[in-house]
Design a protein around this ligand. Structure first.
Ligand SMILES: [Zn+2]
Length: 680
């Protein structure tokens, strides 16, 4: 499904650090792990800060970023490679139409052409804005919402085609809640001063947007107020982030007829016709009550209010590809006010990232030809297989799981597919229309092409060869509906070890934990609801669930105790799935590392024994400092705990860590045996 604007903006703005964040020459003389340690901190009090503190002091967060750390170092390397691919493609003036280099090069060129972009301003949107002006009824509202969605924007709700979670060979039509400008429901209703101030600033921002479209000050002010009123109504109908986690609660298959009856005033044929989708007999509705409420709202608010909503969401969808003034207006609200970013990226970085966002699959094809280290795939496969072997051993030895469930778990583990490196097959993108004349049009064309592609998958079997992540990105995922782990080539790069493959302690601590984390997702509170084939079907016996949930209860309580910032605690309920995966990944990676010669021979590297290097390496992979505004946003809505607790939390449960660093009763991280969580 296509990313909403806000998300892609956050991704665009939050991805990469600037060159000053690279390690200094002085540091490179030493091993990265050794040079980051802050020896004034006791490891048993705060291992996260002990392992990373010195680096944090030497590398403050840059004004154009919301955080700085391991990911920024990785992404800085990735960005440098992506930019080179973009620049060298753009340097070819007469590349063959539809070729990889032509598409990348012209897209990038049009984005870098500031003169033409700024001259056009928002004029390219005027035809569509005039279409909104003449909307008179619900039909027009639905029709234009479809158009905004086809451009990658968000309007009223989310729609997409993807694998049916209960019949995994079939693609189905999904409808879900969406259409808000602020990131989550609570932004509209929280009464704390921060939320109140964000709402005020949002109204001011919307007013400026309307003024830039030619509204008078009074009319713009009134429009911004109406937009906020509508969005607050929509927000009132949406579920909280933690209520969207349960796949059963968010899967409601109904016939097309039933969906139409749920929303009697909305004619879905208008929407389906827009995309040329005919003969849809059933749909999966993630939050039926949202659509029932939308049906009411769409009737009770005047058409003029919806036109204001459509206008804002349409401009918002294209703002990141418009002139500098429009971009700055949206940046100021979404990146600065919401996330605390102080400064914009320089143009070449922004356009490289946007090109990668739009055409990442094409950039990936050049990347694998140009940048992959020899032996990468083999090393990743070795680590992945060792982790799988260790997990099988541990499942067999679990004291809380029944033997019948163990058999199913082992079957699921054996069936699990590993996709490593880069895809065997690439999609043919040669028909996307891209030229050097308009950046905005190029972006529209890419999104509409992607939408058409998505629609074309309806009724077809799921194509298992298409990856959602690109080889040049620092990324890995587990897809429960496919029972597949995907890990990209790029993961082999470790900052500070770019010119050699790092030692196994580091590789297992960083890549091994990633593998382990992703694999355990197939067996946690969400993964147990999908069977070996990836279909939504709980394969546990009820007594196993009871025992598992007793353990997850412990990890929820453990993380609820942690204070994220000021008085705000980590949300143990929301983050439980990720915390379980972090803990599982850490244990599996450690056990797998024990099978390497470095561990067996107790090889000392840079004065550190294998166990010390492993735990420091794990803290290194979570070495991230975050701006307070962004930390609040993450603590409230991200399913992952903040980096500090992704380190200190799992380690507090691990006796091997206590032994390695001499953690004793009285140290802040020390937890009595009865409270240490053991799941995998
Ligand atoms: Zn995860």
């Amino acid at each position: 499904m296509i990313k909403p604007f806000f998300l892609s903006l956050v991704i665009m703005l939050a991805i990469i650090a600037i060159s000053s964040c690279r390690q200094s020459k002085k540091d490179q003389a030493h091993d990265a792990l050794v040079s980051h340690v802050d020896s004034t901190i006791k490891p048993g009090d705060d291992f996260f800060l002990f392992a990373n503190g010195k680096w944090f002091r030497q590398h403050p967060i840059h004004a154009s970023e919301v955080y700085n750390g391991f990911n920024q170092l990785m992404e800085e390397l990735s960005y440098t490679q992506i930019r080179k691919i973009c620049e060298s493609s753009a340097a070819i003036k007469n590349a063959q139409r539809g070729s990889v280099k032509q598409l990348i090069g012209d897209f990038y060129y049009s984005g870098m052409d500031s003169v033409s972009r700024n001259k056009k301003g928002l004029s390219e949107l005027s035809g569509d804005l005039a279409r909104i002006e003449v909307i008179r009824d619900l039909r027009g509202i639905i029709n234009f919402s479809a158009y905004i969605q086809s451009l990658g924007g968000s309007s009223l709700f989310d729609f997409g085609i993807g694998q049916d979670e209960k019949i995994n060979c079939k693609n189905a039509v999904y409808f879900a809640q969406e259409g808000l400008s602020l990131p989550d429901r609570y932004y509209y209703f929280d009464t704390n001063s921060q939320s109140v101030s964000i709402r005020k600033k949002f109204i001011n921002h919307a007013e400026s947007v309307f003024i830039s479209l030619g509204y008078s000050k009074n009319r713009a002010r009134a429009a911004a107020g109406k937009l906020m009123e509508l969005e607050t109504a929509l927000a009132g109908n949406t579920r909280n982030a933690d209520e969207t986690r349960d796949p059963w609660m968010n899967y409601h298959k109904m016939t097309y007829q039933q969906f139409s009856e749920l929303t009697p005033d909305i004619d879905w044929n208008i929407f389906m016709d827009y995309f040329g989708l005919h003969n849809v007999d059933s749909v999966i509705v993630r939050q039926p009550e949202f659509f029932a409420a939308l049906n009411k709202d769409i009737r009770s608010y005047p058409v003029d209010s919806w036109k204001i909503y459509l206008t804002y969401h349409f401009v918002r969808a294209m703002a990141a590809y418009a002139d500098d003034k429009t971009y700055r207006e949206f940046f100021n609200f979404y990146a600065s006010t919401l996330n605390g970013t102080k400064e914009q990226w320089k143009r070449s970085k922004l356009i490289s990232e946007q090109t990668n966002d739009a055409l990442g699959e094409l950039i990936g094809q050049v990347y694998v030809d140009k940048y992959i280290h020899k032996g990468t795939k083999e090393k990743l496969v070795e680590i992945g297989n060792t982790i799988k072997t260790v997990f099988a051993e541990r499942i067999k030895a679990l004291d809380w799981m029944s033997s019948a469930t163990k058999e199913k778990a082992l079957n699921k583990l054996n069936t699990m597919r590993m996709r490593v490196g880069y895809p065997d097959k690439w999609r043919d993108l040669s028909t996307i229309k891209i030229d050097r004349s308009s950046y905005m049009k190029n972006e529209m064309n890419v999104n509409q092409w992607e939408y058409k592609y998505m629609i074309s998958q309806y009724g077809k079997p799921v194509d298992r060869n298409v990856w959602r992540i690109n080889p040049q990105s620092f990324d890995a995922e587990y897809d429960p509906a496919e029972n597949t782990v995907t890990i990209t080539d790029f993961n082999i790069n470790i900052p500070g070890y770019e010119h050699k493959i790092a030692d196994d302690a580091i590789l297992y601590a960083i890549i091994g934990t990633t593998f382990g984390h992703e694999i355990t997702h197939g067996f946690d509170d969400q993964g147990c609801q999908y069977n070996a084939q990836g279909n939504l079907q709980n394969w546990w016996f009820s007594e196993d669930s009871v025992k598992f949930y007793a353990r997850t209860e412990m990890i929820i309580k453990q993380f609820n105790r942690y204070i994220a910032i000021d008085t705000l605690h980590i949300n143990g309920e929301l983050t439980q799935g990720e915390n379980i995966a972090d803990l599982g990944g850490l244990i599996l990676a450690y056990e797998a590392f024990k099978k390497t010669t470095q561990f067996k021979n107790n090889e000392i590297v840079e004065g550190l024994n294998p166990r010390q290097r492993f735990f420091l390496g794990y803290a290194f992979s979570n070495m991230v400092s975050i701006r307070p505004e962004y930390a609040v946003y993450l603590a409230k809505s991200d399913e992952h705990s903040l980096p500090k607790f992704r380190v200190n939390g799992p380690l507090s449960n691990m006796p091997e860590f206590y032994e390695t660093f001499g953690v004793k009763k009285g140290d802040a991280l020390w937890v009595p045996d009865s409270l240490r969580v053991k799941i995998w």
